[in-house]
Design a protein around this ligand. Structure first.
Ligand SMILES: O=C(O)CCC(=O)C(=O)O
Length: 290
């Protein structure tokens, strides 16, 4: 970035950290083979989603189930949250047990290509769909941002199966290719597929893909964890800078720190009193993101 006032003639000249103290570092996604990421990007461009099977083992799923279960209290306040669906919001402020889902390298590798540097975590929730729940209204996750379609996604989401996702227990239903649609909404003639996958698997989809939670006609709960991400210049759905204490922020990975908002969209977006927000954590880190 150029700090010489004389030579700042466009916003482009202001890219970078004003103090030049916090340097950009690659995300944990940089360890993923680029051919693997290419294939994921091809699937995303074609279908709007990609499924990765068995990223978590049975013990990780058991641990998440055990930690989350006591928080599964009331059901949803409307049919979108789900009258027979239990949600735990702001999971990041409650437990570290889902951190490796949030910063999974496969996820970050794709986000690194889809979104701008220092993309943010927009939500981290557990969603338990109980028997008797009906299908959730189809929606696309970046529909909250009032920018007309068709367009590039402003956000992306993961849904992690903590229980097996089956065709009858509420597996997320996706409408393949719908990320490219303009104003239309899914209708009865459109192909909608339940994402059937074993516990420990993850479906990643772009924010423009039409989808929804499925109906649960089985006798068992369907537990999932969803981590959602957005461009660094958008307001995230969950205000993690308010809900996550600085003590917690000091103890999460560098990738999660930047996704929580301890990063800037250069040169000013996210700054605190004109300074880089990492200064609030008081850590002398020699190489951080701008
Ligand atoms: O639980 C699911 O499978 C999807 C939930 C969802 O898309 C949402 O609540 O935004």
């Amino acid at each position: 970035m150029n700090t010489d006032e004389e030579s700042v003639t466009t916003l482009e000249d202001l890219r970078g950290d004003l103090a030049q103290r916090y340097k950009w570092t690659p995300s944990g996604g940089s360890v993923v083979d680029s051919a693997v990421v290419d294939a994921d990007m091809t699937a995303l461009a074609r279908d709007g989603y990609v499924v990765w099977e068995n990223l978590l083992d049975a013990e990780q799923c058991r641990e998440i189930r055990e930690v989350v279960r006591p928080w599964l209290g009331h059901t949803g306040r409307n049919s979108f949250e789900g009258r027979r669906t239990q949600r735990v919001y702001s999971v990041l402020s409650r437990t570290r047990v889902c951190d490796r889902l949030v910063d999974n390298p496969r996820v970050l590798a794709v986000l690194d290509r889809l979104l701008m540097p220092n993309y943010l975590l927009s939500a981290l929730q557990a969603i338990n769909i109980q028997p008797g729940e009906s299908a959730q209204m189809a929606h696309h996750d970046d529909g909250f941002y009032p920018i007309p379609r068709p367009r590039e996604p402003l956000a992306a989401a993961t849904i992690w199966a903590i229980d097996d996702f089956t065709a009858d227990n509420g597996a997320t239903v996706v409408v393949p290719g719908s990320h490219r649609w303009g104003k239309s909404r899914p209708g009865p003639g459109d192909r909608a597929l339940p994402v059937v996958m074993p516990a420990g698997s993850c479906v990643f989809f772009v924010g423009t893909l039409w989808h929804g939670g499925g109906a649960n006609t089985s006798a068992h709960d369907r537990l999932a964890v969803t981590a959602q991400y957005c461009q660094p210049w958008l307001r995230p759905m969950e205000a993690f800078t308010l809900s996550v204490s600085r003590d917690i922020a000091r103890n999460v990975s560098e990738d999660i720190q930047r996704m929580l908002g301890y990063s800037i969209h250069p040169p000013f977006v996210g700054a605190v009193d004109g300074l880089h927000p990492l200064r609030l954590l008081g850590a002398e880190q020699d190489a951080e993101q701008d």
